[in-house]
Each structure stands twice: as C-alpha cells, then as structure tokens.
Design a protein around this ligand. Structure first.
Ligand code: ATP
Length: 334
C-alpha cells in the first residue's frame, strides 16, 4: 500500500473521522467553496427550509465527505450516507429515498457510478420529491407515485464531467474543490496535531505539508507516520528532522513522490532518453501494470509538470531531469 495514495480504506476512514472539521469555520482552505456554500446554507436556514441540492466535485481526499457532514450539521439535520456503487437498481434508491425524514441530508458518494435507471429516478425525486414505484411486469405494469419528504441531496464525484446533464442541472450549487496550497496543508496539520496531542513544530509542519501532494488526507496520513517515528526513534516531537528521517524510511521525497513515481521518471529519462515511450513499455520496465502507472502515478506527475503525455507516448519535461539531478540530452523532447 502506498503512503501517498489518495484513496482510503475502512480502517483509515475510521482514523480520519477523529480529524474531521465539524463546521465551516473549522474547514481549512477552499475559500470560494466555503463562502458560496455558507450563503446557500444561511439562505435555507433563513427560509427555514431544506437547502438546495449540493454537488461537490474534485479529486479524492480533498474534503467532499467532510463538507457533506458539515452541510447536515449546519442545517441541524441528520445525515444518511450511501454511494453510487451501492445503488445498482432503481429499487435500491427507492428504498433509501422512501425511508428519509423531512429535512434529512442524503449523501451519495461517487454519484457518477450509480446505475442508469436509478439515475432517472433520482432526477424526479430531486425535482418533485416523488418516486414512481413500478408494480408488476410487462404490459400490466403500473407506476404508483410515492410522495417523498423534502430532503437535501449532497452528491460527491471525482468526475463531474461524467454526470449526465439532467442530473448535474438539478443541483442548486456545485462546489469545485481544488488541491490545497502548502500553507493550507500546514494549517490542516496544525489542527490535526493538536487533536492527536502531537507536538508539531513549524518546520516539521512545512516539511510534511510540502510532501502531501496538495491533499489533506495524505497530510494527515504522513503526520501519523512521522509521529510513530518521533515516538519510537526520536524525542516524540514532530520537527523537521523527524519528518525528514521518517519520510526517508517511507521513501516519500521532498515533492511527495514515492518509489513508484521515481521509478517511472527514472526509466523515462535513463532508459528511454526522455521518451517518447509508450505507457505499456514504461510499465513493463518499472514492473507494474500499465493501469497502475496510468491511474496511480501519472495524474500527479502530469500535474506537477514532471511528465508529459503526447500522442506518441510519455515524455520527460525539463523539471523531470532537474528533479532526478540529471542533465537532459540536447535532443530531449521538451
Ligand atoms: P473521498 O472522495 O476519497 O471520499 P473526500 O474528498 O471525501 O475523499 P474526506 O474524507 O472528506 O475526503 O477528507 C479526508 C481527510 O482529510 C479527513 O480526515 C478530513 O478530516 C481531512 N480534511 C479534508 N479536507 C479538510 C479541510 N479543508 N480541513 C481540515 N481537514 C480536512
């Protein structure tokens, strides 16, 4: 398991829940989304009505689930959680919707992965607070309308572009979450350290923040690992020395690249002279599945300007050579 992966398993989610901000004022960064969302929620509260449906879009680990929980707590409403992959039939969705209470917030994570017939049911439910339950089969089938309580849907997706337009249009507000700056990650780390009872110095926070790929989930995870190191091998204080030593053990470098990322860049530069080289060839050389390289390593490398994708294959960029401490050959692609 990679230390810098953006996803989280069940165990990690349990550890994360202790670190979740409970209100908008505690939520670090994402200033624009916070301001827009607070307007939407304040207006709904003033009208004493459930809020409009809200969609959060952005890469994993940036706080979509946290914001969904905040919507519920700011509205003083209970939260029901489900996810796109859990809804494979329209009936699954009908069961969830019909058990909601008035004003309840329904959080659907990975909403882009919901089954098509359920999606169509959701359009109507969002707009008219009604579902049509089909009884019987074939020519004798009849749709019985079922009134729903006024609920608020909070959807989360890593791929807003994959949502069909009719679904996207039914959200009153969409918040686009972006990667966090190193300064914002330092704030996240400070907050987490105080909740965990960890002594964290300014330099320690900066060191960890800089290696966290713009992602609070990764920042919190690295903090836990550095804390372990500090407790077992250090003085217990998470300072720059502890952060550097611990993250060296875990092979996370100063830009947040791990062994796989560096293997990809190393092969690209040393074996293929900076490319262009096809994805599958590159994957064979680093001993990984092409899909792993494409989905796990590449997005971050491309975003960092450390890898270029061209129709002829992957290429090294000036920063790639610099990061590896190599001089690019004169004919290297740029
Ligand atoms: P996924 O799409 O994988 O479910 P997500 O976008 O829903 O990810 P969260 O589960 O909300 O991400 O956040 C991951 C962790 O990062 C949580 O522990 C959360 O507390 C922390 N976190 C996220 N955003 C912030 C923030 N703005 N301020 C403080 N902590 C944050």
């Amino acid at each position: 398991e990679r230390l810098v992966t953006t996803g989280a398993d069940e165990r990690e989610r349990a550890a994360e829940s202790a670190l979740r901000p409970h209100g908008l004022e505690e939520f670090v960064g994402q200033k624009v989304v916070r301001e827009q969302l607070s307007l939407v929620l304040d207006a709904a509260k003033a009208r004493q009505a459930p809020s409009d449906h809200v969609l959060f879009s952005g890469p994993p680990g940036l706080g979509k689930t946290t914001l969904a929980m905040i919507v519920a707590s700011e509205m003083g409403a209970p939260l029901r959680q489900s996810s796109g992959p859990a809804i494979q039939h329209a009936g699954d969705l009908a069961a969830v919707l019909s058990s909601l209470d008035e004003g309840e917030v329904l959080f659907l994570d990975e909403i882009h992965r919901m089954a098509r017939p359920a999606e169509e049911m959701l359009y109507i439910a969002m707009e008219d607070f009604r579902v049509d339950v089909v009884v019987g089969k074939g020519a004798g089938a009849t749709a019985i309308p079922l009134e729903l309580p006024k609920f608020t849907l909070v959807g989360a997706t890593t791929r807003a572009g994959l949502l069909p337009a009719p679904l996207r249009d039914r959200f009153g507000f969409t918040g686009y979450l972006d990667f966090y700056t190193p300064e914002e990650l330092v704030q996240v780390l400070r907050r987490s350290a105080s909740l965990l009872g960890v002594q964290l110095t300014a330099e320690g926070a900066a060191e960890i923040g800089g290696r966290s790929r713009g992602t609070p989930r990764i920042a919190n995870r690295l903090l836990r690992r550095v804390r372990d190191w500090a407790q077992v091998r250090g003085s217990g204080i998470v300072d720059r020395g502890a952060a550097r030593a611990a993250l060296e053990v875990y092979e996370v470098d100063e830009r947040g690249l791990d062994r796989l990322d560096r293997a990809v860049l190393d092969a690209l530069c040393r074996r293929f002279g900076g490319g262009p080289v096809g994805l599958s060839t590159l994957a064979v050389v680093v001993g990984e599945e092409a899909e792993t390289v494409e989905t796990v390593a590449e997005p971050f490398l491309v975003r960092e300007g450390l890898l270029g994708r061209t129709p002829r294959g992957r290429i090294a960029l000036p920063d790639t050579w610099a990061h590896l401490g190599l001089t690019p050959p004169r004919d290297a692609p740029a």
